[in-house]
Design a protein around this ligand. Structure first.
Ligand SMILES: Cc1ncc(C[n+]2csc(CCOP(=O)(O)OP(=O)(O)O)c2C)c(N)n1
Ligand SMILES: [Mg+2]
Length: 563
């Protein structure tokens, strides 16, 4: 878009100024891409140019940055690293995280001539982005970058890819009559709060108020909307219990008597039992996907349901609905709060008593592992120690597999100011995502929970965190293997695997604390459960990147979901 003021500016100057205008504080990348832009960032802005050890971890850092702060996270790669970056966008795509990926790409002058390192990368970004575009003329930088921020943050947020002409995006060297345009509205999720139609709200509210055993399933859309307080207010006013998806775990503290926990596959038994006993399920800001519904068994298809979502295409995808409400979660909840009838809560006394019993049953059933003094440490005890010791304003970042099962099911958020973000499926996501989260929110403690297999993936980024002084704290549940794989290999070997089968999922013993120390971080090895909380306090007080390694029991398997 040419502005017409006859003053020529380089793409690099304009892009650097646009980042500053959008409030970007960190860019995560592996060089060399948009080199002049990085030089301009140094001259013109305070943006940290976090130079990482791999493009996938750069994407995960940008993703953690985005999920922790609600601000788009920026990551970059030159042409040969582009697909490594694309691989890293997949978790952001699954989790609706506003990440903007920028890569170098082909030049029309030389394409199809076998330029060193070059393929057409654009198609690979298609399945992991909401918008996937090329910038071929420097004059298009202002409008395309604005479109990228707009697309990443609106509706259900998600990743965007912009490819700049030139293997290193040398387009940024060129000049045109352009200037830095930015719309700060799109510097944060959510830029808009689409209000629901009054009639839709009324139908949904009437159904909720008539139900004797309703339950809310709150998802990542509630956290993206910043609607936690409104969710809890509605639940309390109408006495409706709340289960969450894994992505929505921090929408209600576990200390609230209406909270039954995470529902679905990586879940808490009380949540699955409660959802399966409900006479009406109200889905808010959740895709009702396989993980959250334990492959549509919790609740069973056919259970009366209503759904609230910002994306019309999500409404009714998996459950036939009695009412659907289109709008921003907070706007819908506020509309409900403005007209609800509190007296309708009375009829749910028996249901609430049942919920209390389910909560108590869960606590009693798992007390022995939650409080276990076993050596090596039981992972459930780590979760319990973290529930007590993680500060109220912390951001908890959790990996997938058993890490997701242990923490999703057993960890308790005890304060409405704590945040919880989790891998949407990729092993190895949490450690770099925690670095991104800490970069975005330097004033908040960041505590990562990962298994050892998850930590191995991007262990080199300990050096990045040290170099850039990004003091996240990472707790490694170190059992010497990927023990979530144990059950699957038992099955594959017809019931019980051979000793040699362990080659498929175990590692050499590793002292990660020493490795972390060698890279300049604080490393602490813990062998007894009682030492976990003091280690966490020490790591948080150290104000430098820290790795706490807890030696755990490789035979301890996380409980599987009840249907
Ligand atoms: C990218 C990717 N590859 C493979 C998997 C499959 N997977 C899930 S959990 C797991 C092992 C996890 O091991 P670890 O992190 O040590 O945790 P543990 O199960 O031992 O507690 C694997 C390989 C995955 N989720 N993501
Ligand atoms: Mg492990």
């Amino acid at each position: 878009m040419t502005i017409g003021h006859n003053a020529k500016r380089s793409g690099a100057e304009v892009l650097a100024d646009m980042f500053a205008g959008y409030g970007v504080t960190h860019v995560f990348m592996v060089p060399a891409v948009l080199r002049r832009t990085f030089a301009e960032m140094e001259r013109r802005t305070k943006i940290a140019r976090v130079h990482c050890h791999g493009e996938k971890s750069a994407a995960y850092m940008a993703d953690g940055y985005a999920r922790a702060s609600g601000k788009p996270g920026i990551c970059m790669a030159q042409v040969i690293g582009a697909l490594n970056l694309a691989a890293g966008l997949r978790d952001a795509y699954l989790a609706h995280s506003p990440v903007i990926a920028m890569t170098g790409g082909r030049d029309p002058k030389t394409k199809f001539r076998k330029v060193y390192q070059e393929i057409d990368d654009v198609p690979a970004f298609e399945p992991v982005t909401k918008m996937n575009a090329t910038i071929d003329d420097v004059a298009r930088i202002p409008d395309m970058v604005r479109q990228a921020f707009r697309t990443a943050t609106t509706g259900a947020p998600g990743p965007v890819h912009l490819q700049f002409r030139g293997n290193e995006g040398q387009l940024d060297l060129e000049e045109a009559e352009i200037e830095a345009l930015f719309e700060t509205q799109f510097a944060h999720v959510p830029p808009f709060r689409p209000r629901p139609e009054a009639a839709q709200v009324k139908v949904a509210l009437d159904l909720l108020q008539k139900a004797e055993r309703p339950i809310i399933v709150a998802g990542g859309g509630v956290r993206a909307s910043g609607a936690r307080a409104e969710l809890v207010a509605l639940a309390e006013a109408l006495q409706i219990p709340v289960a969450t998806s894994l992505n929505g775990k921090d929408t209600i503290p576990a200390t609230n008597p209406l909270s039954v926990g995470v529902v679905g596959s990586y879940s808490r038994e009380s949540a699955n039992r409660a959802v399966n006993r409900a006479d009406l399920v109200c889905f808010i800001g959740t895709e009702t996907g396989g993980m959250t519904t334990h492959f549509w068994a919790v609740p069973a298809i056919g259970t009366p349901a209503i759904q609230i979502d910002i994306e019309p295409e999500s409404l009714g995808r998996n459950y036939p609905l009695q009412a659907s409400v289109l709008g921003d979660a907070k706007a819908v909840l506020l509309a409900m709060l403005a007209q609800l009838d509190k007296t309708s809560a009375g009829k749910r006394a028996a249901w609430i008593k049942e919920i209390a019993a389910l909560r108590n049953d869960w606590a009693a059933k798992y007390k022995s592992i939650l409080e276990s003094d076993a050596v090596p440490v039981h992972p459930a005890r780590i979760c319990n120690e973290l529930s007590k010791a993680v500060p109220d304003d912390a951001i908890v970042v959790v990996d997938t597999g058993h890490a997701g099962m242990w923490m999703g099911g057993m960890y308790d958020l005890r304060s409405p100011t704590q945040s919880y973000i989790r891998s949407a499926g990729h092993l190895g996501w949490a450690f770099p995502a925690g670095i991104g989260a800490k970069a975005a929110c330097p004033e908040r403690p960041v505590v990562v929970f990962t298994g050892d297999a998850g930590f191995w993936y991007h262990v080199a980024e300990v050096e990045t965190a040290v170099r850039w002084n990004i003091p996240s704290v990472t707790l490694v549940n170190n059992n010497g293997g990927g023990n979530q794989s144990k059950r699957g290999f038992d099955r594959a070997y017809g019931g019980s695997q051979t000793e040699k089968a362990r080659e498929l999922w175990t590692y050499r013993a590793m002292n990660f604390a020493k490795l972390a120390e060698d890279m300049g971080a604080l490393g602490i090895r813990v062998e007894k459960a009682a030492d976990i909380a003091p280690a966490l306090d020490r790591a948080l007080a150290a104000k430098r990147p820290a790795v706490i390694v807890v030696a755990t029991d490789i035979e301890a398997l996380a409980p599987t979901a009840v249907a």
